[in-house]
Design a protein around this ligand. Structure first.
Ligand SMILES: Nc1ncnc2c1ncn2[C@@H]1O[C@H](COP(=O)(O)OP(=O)(O)OP(=O)(O)O)[C@@H](O)[C@H]1O
Ligand SMILES: [Mg+2]
Length: 262
């Protein structure tokens, strides 16, 4: 893992949550519209680090994240957080613990500032300080662009800014686990580097499951790799092993940018 990025946003260490409860997926299967989308997926997230979820387009990466956040409910198998079935938790409570930043940013039709505190209850909103808002926006590499615009509609933001607002909105809830679906795909290199650095800091105390098509990025930031293809988990390994010595032929083909025929 290369942690030599040189952009360092100011981030108070009290923004770091406690060590995360473990998320364990066993024999996860999902059918949508009569088709097998996920087949017998099993893994346990490490307690810390960035775990890149890689695989060809249509492999099921976004669908897997959506299952973990209960946006899909009709799966079979088991998903547990700290040994508790995630379906036994209240869905909103679960989504505060397992934050999902989706592939397409979903901002609400209200101001930037209101979007940011949308997931907090009334009591929490009252207690939220401007320093906490600033920290979340800095972690998401958005502060300097919106500090004078918090009352403007979020819809006025560019796509990349909306994506970062969604990240800040998730961070302010202090989740235990973050699911990130191509969070830097619409960003310029500088914003991407700030987010990578910020997420690397967060990943010292919680796991981040990060979907990326950018294998250079995955190599740069990941501690572990999960490779899925056609809804099946093909290989999971620490990042160095996966990139230097992939065990499966499908992984080697994927890394060579070949068509994966599994
Ligand atoms: N609601 C749905 N109904 C039916 N099929 C779906 C639904 N959502 C996703 N799929 C199918 O599931 C498969 C996996 O989709 P998914 O979006 O998870 O892929 P992905 O790996 O995230 O791809 P990409 O890298 O392009 O984002 C695709 O074949 C997709 O068409
Ligand atoms: Mg996707």
């Amino acid at each position: 893992m290369n942690q030599s990025l040189n952009v360092t946003p100011a981030m108070p260490t009290d923004a770091l949550p406690a060590i995360a409860p473990s998320l364990c997926v066993e024999h996860l299967c999902l059918q949508l519209a009569g088709r097998d989308i996920l087949s017998d997926i099993s893994f346990t997230l490490p307690e810390t680090g960035i775990i890149s979820l890689v695989g060809p387009s249509g492999a099921g990466k976004s669908t897997l994240l959506r299952c973990l956040n209960r946006l899909h409910e009709q799966w079979q198998g088991s998903i547990t957080l700290a040994d508790q079935n995630i379906q036994h938790d209240d869905a909103d409570a679960l989504r505060r613990k397992i934050g999902l930043i989706g592939q397409k940013p979903a901002v609400f039709p209200c101001s930037i500032g209101d979007n940011l505190v949308f997931g907090l209850n009334r009591q929490q909103r009252k207690q939220t300080t401007s320093a906490q808002i600033q920290t979340a926006l800095m972690q998401a590499a958005l502060w300097t662009e919106v500090e004078q615009r918090l009352h403007e509609p979020a819809a006025h933001l560019s796509l990349g800014q909306q994506q970062r607002l969604c990240l800040a909105r998730a961070l302010i809830l202090k989740p235990s686990i973050l699911l990130l679906d191509e969070p830097t795909s619409a960003l310029d290199p500088r914003s991407r580097d700030i987010i990578e650095q910020s997420m690397l800091s967060l990943s010292q105390s919680m796991p981040l499951l990060w979907v990326s098509h950018d294998l250079e990025q995955a190599q740069r930031i990941s501690s572990h790799i999960i490779f899925i293809c056609d809804g099946k988990l093909i290989e999971q390994a620490d990042a160095d092993s996966f990139f230097r010595h992939p065990k499966r032929i499908e992984s080697r083909e994927f890394l060579r940018w070949s068509v994966c025929d599994c």
